[in-house]
Design a protein around this ligand. Structure first.
Ligand code: MSP
Length: 513
């Protein structure tokens, strides 16, 4: 295998219900992983759930069940959603799994032994009735942001990680590795943050306040702060302390996909934690923008949360995936608007792609006895079409590796347009009328082969629809899809299969926009 590709999503809070934002990051990771597999890279795609902390403890208490039992029930919603959205992750990590707890404890113990963690005192604002700590900036007019009641300043012994010791190193590292934090405006944001003195990080919570967490291995009166536990998932799953060879191959290639909301934890806490633990940095942390609804962030209280599966049910999972990948310029916010999804569905997918297959299958039925024809002598038009498709392969991989997915898809769709125009201009129906059957075969073979190859580059986004295209064209997919990336794989004489429309036009809208 030529190279490794390791992509992660944030691990989602197990209490949440999967929504468009979670679905977006996860589908993005899935698409990148599928492109990497198509290139032939050793690929590892990780997602999972973040299961410790106050909120899970509180929710389970309200239900009167153990927090683990609560998490076990809740996690299924994420697992099912990813299955329904055709997400093929290689691993799903839960922070309550023993494999993860073991690694977190080992790292904590090592940092403690080497003096990277010390016992200090935590000062903060405490809401007695809510039993919750708040920082100065959380407070609303000096009161608890949740219940509005007065808060008390309290001082409590806690453990701290010497994060401040790494401030200079981190600034130098980020400056020397321009690809580490992307896009560049996020790197600048982190560097801006690092202009202020960096404090040490409080990494413990006393069991008396919060018991649902990983116990500190050196003091059982405390559990680990949830972010210190959660970030470590990325090394646990890659094989740290369990499969070192695999870890060494994967870890330097890691790409963390995150939303811009969790930039500091991933670009300040995490790199300094890794450094202190003597581990290398991941290759890239990429922060994408928000999906917003008419300019506003989705939130339960505003009632504008988009449920991904509702949309996928109307337009089909693949069309939904296509829309998300085609309509967000990675990094920027994107406004979610169902009419744009409908527009992409009818335009790019039904008209351009679906119609191309439909016409081809019709003509192969009418002029070629329902079989893939044998191509005869080619003209410069066929050579140009073949060349265009072959050049598209490295172009697409380069754009995907630069994370310019929307551009890659725009380019693939423009080649689909070129195949449609090639058919128009070569007019096989006119050639058939004048008895030029060999010419008809040449044209239809080239159009069909161009569709087969181009659709292979769409497979990471539209896995099910593209499999239908191949089925219709009678293409036996090779064991490794990478082997399909050459010209001339449709076998003359193979029967074609007429199926239902790829993207039916009679869809109904369920959402009011
Ligand atoms: N548990 C932490 C992450 C720990 S990672 C070591 C967490 N979980 S979360 O459930 O709140 O998920 C946050 C992530 O969901 C964001 O970073 C982003 O990937 C995704 N999104 C949530 N809402 C979103 C939008 N409206 N738009 C795009 N993605 C957003 O934070």
């Amino acid at each position: 295998m030529s190279e490794a590709f390791y992509v992660t999503t944030p691990i989602y809070y197990v209490n949440d219900e999967p929504h468009l934002g979670h679905a977006y990051t996860t589908i993005l990771a899935d698409v990148l992983a599928r492109y990497a597999r198509l290139r032939g890279a050793e690929t590892f795609f990780l997602t999972g759930t973040d299961e410790h902390g106050q909120k899970v403890q509180e929710a389970s208490q309200r239900r009167g069940i153990a927090p683990q039992a609560h998490a076990d029930e809740m996690v299924v919603r994420f697992q099912q959603a990813w299955k329904d959205l055709h997400v093929e992750h290689d691993d799903f990590i839960r922070t309550t799994q023993p494999r993860h707890v073991r690694v977190v404890k080992a790292i904590l113990q090592d940092l403690w032994d080497r003096g990277e963690i010390y016992l200090g005192s935590y000062e903060g604002w405490y809401c007695v009735p809510d039993e919750r700590f708040w920082t100065e900036k959380d407070l609303k007019e000096g009161n608890c942001p949740d219940c509005g009641r007065p808060v008390e300043q309290i001082v409590e012994p806690n453990y701290f990680f010497r994060m401040s010791a790494y401030q200079e190193w981190l600034i130098d590292y980020i400056t020397a590795h321009p690809g580490f934090i992307q896009p560049d405006y996020r790197r600048n944001e982190v560097l801006g943050f690092l202009r202020q003195p960096l404090g040490d990080l409080c990494i413990s919570r006393p069991v008396s306040r919060l018991s649902w967490g990983i116990p500190l291995p050196f003091d059982s009166n405390y559990v680990t702060y949830v972010w210190f536990d959660a970030l470590i998932n990325y090394v646990t799953a890659a094989g740290y302390l369990s499969d070192e060879d695999r870890f060494d191959r994967l870890w330097p290639q890691a790409l963390h996909l995150i939303g811009k909301d969790i930039l500091t934890t991933h670009c300040v806490y995490w790199p300094t934690m890794l450094r202190a633990a003597g581990l290398a940095q991941p290759k890239t942390v990429f922060a994408h923008g928000w999906w917003v609804i008419e300019g506003a962030k989705m939130s339960k209280s505003v009632g504008n949360v988009v449920k991904p599966l509702d949309l996928a049910q109307v337009y089909g999972v693949d069309a939904f995936r296509y829309f998300l990948m085609r309509d967000m310029t990675l990094g920027r916010d994107a406004d979610f608007d169902e009419s744009r999804l409908a527009h992409r569905y009818h335009g790019d997918l039904a008209n351009d792609l679906g119609n191309l297959l439909h016409r081809l299958i019709n003509m192969l039925g009418r002029y070629c006895k329902g079989r893939i024809p044998r191509p005869g002598e080619v003209t410069s038009d066929e050579s140009a079409l073949r060349e265009r498709c072959l050049v598209l392969v490295p172009q697409t991989f380069a754009q995907v590796q630069a994370l310019a997915l929307n551009e890659a898809l725009a380019q693939i769709m423009s080649v689909i347009g070129e195949i449609n125009r090639y058919i128009e201009q070569s007019a096989p129906w006119a050639q058939a009328k004048s008895g030029q059957l060999e010419r008809v075969g040449t044209i239809l073979y080239h159009a069909a082969e161009a569709l087969r190859l181009t659709s292979l580059l769409l497979q990471p986004v539209l896995p099910e629809r593209v499999a239908e295209i191949w089925h219709s064209l009678g293409w036996q997919t090779p064991d490794s899809l990478k082997d399909g990336l050459t010209w001339g794989q449709l076998e003359p004489g193979t029967p074609i299969v007429t199926g239902p429309p790829l993207f039916p036009r009679d869809i109904e809208r369920v959402l009011e926009t």
